[in-house]
Design a protein around this ligand. Structure first.
Ligand SMILES: [Zn+2]
Length: 222
């Protein structure tokens, strides 16, 4: 059921991802205008008649099924499933244009953080401390010349630190260690294939999100 929910919800992601990724209300691939108003944003299927939709739908269905299968029917599951769909949207946008839009990162904080705070009030201190710690650490790296992190990564890192903090410090440590490991492997693979460019050519958001997912599903979670 969770997989079906994840897939069905993600059918709406391609157009939203395209609209967040590019400022102009026009398809990047075929030049057609998107409709104005709500239907310019809310639309099931491909972003535009010329595009695909299967990738985000399969990814979201798989992530939702994995979360539900490994966490079981915990109280926080509905919030985490919604957060997972939003996470897939963020990953798609970051892969496309190296951006993590603030409204979506903020939405992730609210959708996951508020229910977790209500369910696990005793863990709020740890969660806030983890968010502040990761956010501060990543901000310092982002401010270094050639640090390789964007401010979007800093904000997403802080939000995921907060979310994983509700699972305790081991969940935080595993989530971010996994993210950096994944990022290192992908960077090495791209370098070996001669596709890496100087500077920040590699989006870090997807690695952060997958790291958080690995931590939640395998370390155990609230
Ligand atoms: Zn098109």
């Amino acid at each position: 059921m969770a997989g079906v929910f994840g897939g069905a919800a993600a059918a709406f992601l391609p157009r939203i991802a395209h609209r967040f990724a590019y400022p102009e209300p026009v398809c990047r691939d075929c030049g057609r205008d998107f409709p104005s108003g709500v239907s310019g944003w809310v639309h099931a299927g491909a972003a535009c008649g010329c595009g695909g939709w299967i990738g985000p739908v399969l990814a979201s269905a798989a992530v939702a099924a994995l979360l539900a299968g490994l966490l079981g029917p915990v109280l926080s599951l509905p919030a985490l499933l919604l957060a997972a769909v939003l996470g897939v949207l963020l990953a798609v946008i970051d892969l496309r244009c190296l951006r993590l839009p603030d409204p979506l990162v903020g939405g992730l904080a609210v959708i996951a953080g508020v229910p977790l705070a209500l369910i696990e009030p005793a863990r709020i201190g740890t969660a806030v401390a983890a968010g502040v710690l990761v956010g501060t650490g990543y901000l310092l790296v982002a401010l270094l010349p050639g640090g390789g992190l964007g401010l979007g990564d800093v904000k997403l890192g802080a939000v995921l630190g907060l979310v994983l903090g509700f699972g305790g410090w081991p969940a935080v440590a595993v989530g971010f260690a996994a993210a950096h490991l994944i990022n290192g492997v992908v960077a090495g693979w791209l370098l070996a294939r001669g596709r890496a460019h100087g500077g920040r050519a590699l989006p870090f958001g997807p690695a952060l999100l997958v790291g958080a997912l690995i931590s939640m599903t395998f370390i155990g979670y609230a």
